[in-house]
Design a protein around this ligand. Structure first.
Ligand code: ZN
Ligand code: ZN
Ligand code: FE
Length: 741
């Protein structure tokens, strides 16, 4: 007899029925049950069939399941007479929650099968698919503690729910048109509009209307991506002039708008159904204002039944952007989107836990996670060492928190990008739930050094033992944790903003780092940032200040007023309201402004993206570059700024300037890392920070370092931006704690 213990994501994903069916097929006797740590199986039968059983569990398990550990023990045979699914032993303590899963093939088939009782029913699901995280109120996952609790199962559904051989055996959100949630179509004043909600939605989308659609993790704001006027109207209403929108594509039509490989299509089709950023096709029918001045497009596939009902060959490309104002959290109720939408397609199944769509950018050597949220949270991830129960509070942008217990951590969904009350409420509310679900009570809180971050103030208000971690140390440590590195590394953080230990704004940093400490080996030399955060929105002011500091007459700059010039000159002269910064993000802003790319920054990493796109040559390593000085611990960028200014005035083509600029950064990075290696003997290099979302830079630096026999680690399953600061805080905070005790 075999006793098998499996853990990972194995509950609420159809694992037990799958095991049951497989055992029956192989004529085995025994049982399967959900235990506190996963799934437990005992199986007796012919040797050959037992081997096959194990093999099939490993290979053919449900698509949404994830096996972390597989433990097999040989035992004395027990005289079982049949194979059963047993009642779970101890329901308490089972703390795994599956992420929300895209609707599966079998359910889609039913959705369009006129003879099926769930034909055209927007809430069908099975053990392989459907909402999980977004509908849960408490653990262990069971219908009475989900948002389905008020929908009493009908006889038909109950029959399936209790049949171990049925695809819907113990599918907690099981529903049908008789007993489940219903759609509703509302006008902008939230009054119900008669006639079929789906038909209405399709009709009005085709007419160019903007519609709020209640999905899985929150509302989308939808409109036809092939309609220029509608897209402009959406930009106006959302006050979002430039930031690209993602487009949901009708399956086969995806390849009409982006270049994609089989592998990319698989990623799009995966149960997490993330937004994947891929190169736009020249001939694409998608309007230019969907992703302005951007060679890429974020695409994703229908993942809720409702999406499949709306998209079709006649309506194949929809902008489906997060339903929110500016950088606020995503809305769970239509009322929150008042003024943004012409109509609403909504329903009566509450969204208890919000999560935005996840975003992945295709890259080499590994894809880059830009936002880890729906489809991935709240799956636990492994840390390289054991921790006390810890809260990593996060940063100020791309806010997430991380909660750890032993060597696992749970990352929150993407919370928001602001320090508003709504963001804080979503943060504290989600934190409260995570603590309850995962039975976690932090003994340690870790936050950023920045005194004014909302997350810092929150951390301080908890009254728990507190550690503060420098922003870029957290960036580097997060990547180390992802790769389970347990030795000192050369850590590179090319980033926008992070509070330094000297009170300056850091962001072009090369550290010697381990989890407990860091030494600042190199950084960009300090440049004057006028007016702090206000200048970040107006890159021309940064360029003006940088040029003055570089001893260059900035008069060639256009689009800067005489008043602005006067104020900045005065600020620099009097050293008043000037911040010192080594930020790589600001250097990109400075160059983008010299090239007059855009008057205003309206989203993070805009300059880093724009310069990447300008660079016609994608592999610029070892190419022509601008001068710089590497001395002691400084990477002096003044020669670089002077040379760019000269090229701009000489009217060198913009793409050439962008290429040379990237090539310069790649070169000085390599030279600095070589020097760091000579000093430390270390060959492991970690790349991190928001600017590393720039592919020319990330791939270029990875390539030259690898060529020079360095081992390079890049963020892949965690975001390289501030979305993973919370994870870095957890690991650094714990090592600091250990050293003190
Ligand atoms: Zn299904
Ligand atoms: Zn029913
Ligand atoms: Fe950062």
């Amino acid at each position: 007899m075999l006793r098998i213990k499996i853990n990972g994501i194995v509950q609420g994903v159809g694992f037990r029925p799958f095991v049951y069916k497989t055992a029956i097929e192989l004529g085995l006797k025994g049982y399967v049950l959900n235990s506190t740590s996963g799934v437990e199986i005992e199986a007796c039968g012919m040797e050959k069939n037992l081997e096959l059983f194990v093999e099939r569990i490993k290979k053919e398990h449900p698509p949404a399941a994830f096996i972390r550990e597989f433990h097999i023990e040989e035992k004395e045979d027990v005289p079982y007479t049949e194979f059963t699914i047993q009642q779970s032993q101890n329901r308490k303590g089972s703390t795994q929650i599956s992420p929300d899963l895209a609707v599966c093939k079998d359910c889609i088939r039913e959705l369009f099968d006129e003879s099926d009782p769930r034909f055209n029913y927007a809430f069908l699901n099975c053990t392989n698919c459907g909402p999980r995280y977004s509908i849960i109120e408490n653990t262990p996952y069971d219908r009475p503690v989900t948002s389905m609790k008020n929908f009493k199962m009908c006889e038909y559904c109950n029959g399936e729910y209790t049949d171990p051989l049925n695809r819907r055996f113990h599918a907690q959100p099981i529903a049908c048109p008789t007993c489940g949630p219903q759609l509703k179509f509302l006008n902008k004043n939230f009054e119900e509009v008669e006639s079929d909600p789906i038909t209405n939605t399709i009709k009005f989308l085709k007419e160019g209307k903007i519609i709020g659609i209640k999905g899985i993790g929150g509302f989308h704001i939808a409109c036809d991506a092939t309609n220029y006027e509608t897209v402009s109207e959406l930009r106006k209403r959302k006050d979002r002039p430039h930031k690209p929108f993602a487009v949901m594509c009708y399956y086969e039509k995806t390849s009409e708008v982006v270049e994609m490989s089989e592998e990319h299509f698989e990623l799009l089709k995966s149960p997490a159904a993330p937004i994947v950023i891929l190169p736009k096709k020249e001939t694409s029918p998608i309007q230019n204002n969907v992703a302005p001045q951007n060679p890429n497009l974020g695409v994703f596939l229908p993942y809720a039944p409702i999406h499949h009902q709306i998209l079709s060959n006649e309506l194949p490309f929809l902008i489906m952007t997060s339903g929110n104002f500016h950088d606020e959290p995503i809305a769970a109720e239509e009322k929150e989107l008042s003024g943004l939408c012409d109509f609403f397609l909504t329903h009566n199944r509450p969204i208890l836990n919000r999560s935005d769509d996840s975003v992945i950018r295709v890259s080499k050597p590994q894809n880059v996670m830009m936002r880890k949220s729906r489809g991935y949270v709240p799956s636990p991830l492994k840390l390289p060492f054991k921790t006390v129960q810890t809260l990593g509070a996060g940063a100020e942008l791309k806010i997430t928190f991380a909660l750890s217990k032993e060597d696992s951590f749970f990352l929150s969904p993407y919370i928001g990008n602001s320090n508003s009350k709504q963001t804080l409420d979503f943060y504290t509310d989600t934190l409260k739930k995570y603590k309850k679900w995962f039975e976690l009570e932090p003994e340690l809180v870790v936050c950023d050094l920045h005194p004014d971050y909302m997350t810092t103030r929150f951390a301080e208000s908890t009254g728990l033992p507190l550690k503060k971690v420098q922003h870029h140390h957290a960036h580097i440590a997060a990547v180390m944790a992802e790769h389970h590195i347990n030795e000192p590394v050369i850590g590179i953080a090319y980033d926008g903003t992070g509070y330094g230990t000297d009170g300056a704004i850091w962001g072009g940093e090369i550290f010697l780092a381990d989890y407990s400490k860091f030494e600042r080996l190199f950084h960009l030399n300090y440049m004057p940032l006028p007016g702090g955060d206000a200048a970040i929105k107006h890159p021309i002011r940064i360029a003006y200040a940088y040029l003055l500091a570089a001893g260059i007459d900035p008069d060639f700059l256009e689009n800067i007023s005489e008043i602005e010039k006067r104020i900045i000159s005065k600020q620099i002269k009097n050293k008043f309201n000037i911040f010192q910064t080594s930020s790589m993000g600001r250097l990109f802003d400075c160059v983008a402004a010299m090239l007059d790319l855009f008057p205003e920054i309206t989203f993070e990493a805009q300059s880093a993206m724009a310069l990447e796109f300008l660079s016609a040559e994608k592999d610029v390593s070892g190419k022509d570059n601008y001068p710089y000085n590497l001395e002691k611990d400084k990477i002096d960028i003044i020669p670089l700024i002077r040379a760019v200014a000269k090229d701009v005035q000489r009217k060198e083509p913009h793409h050439r300037i962008a290429e040379k600029f990237h090539s310069t950064i790649i070169n000085f990075t390599l030279e600095a890392v070589k020097k760091a290696h000579r000093k430390t003997g270390i060959r492991k290099v970690v790349l991190s920070g928001g600017v590393m979302q720039n592919k020319v830079l990330l791939e270029g630096i990875s390539k030259v370092l690898t060529k020079n026999n360095f081992t390079v680690f890049v963020p892949s399953i965690l975001p390289s931006n501030d979305g993973s600061i919370s994870v870095g805080q957890v690991v650094v905070g714990n090592k600091k704690l250990k050293i003190e005790n």
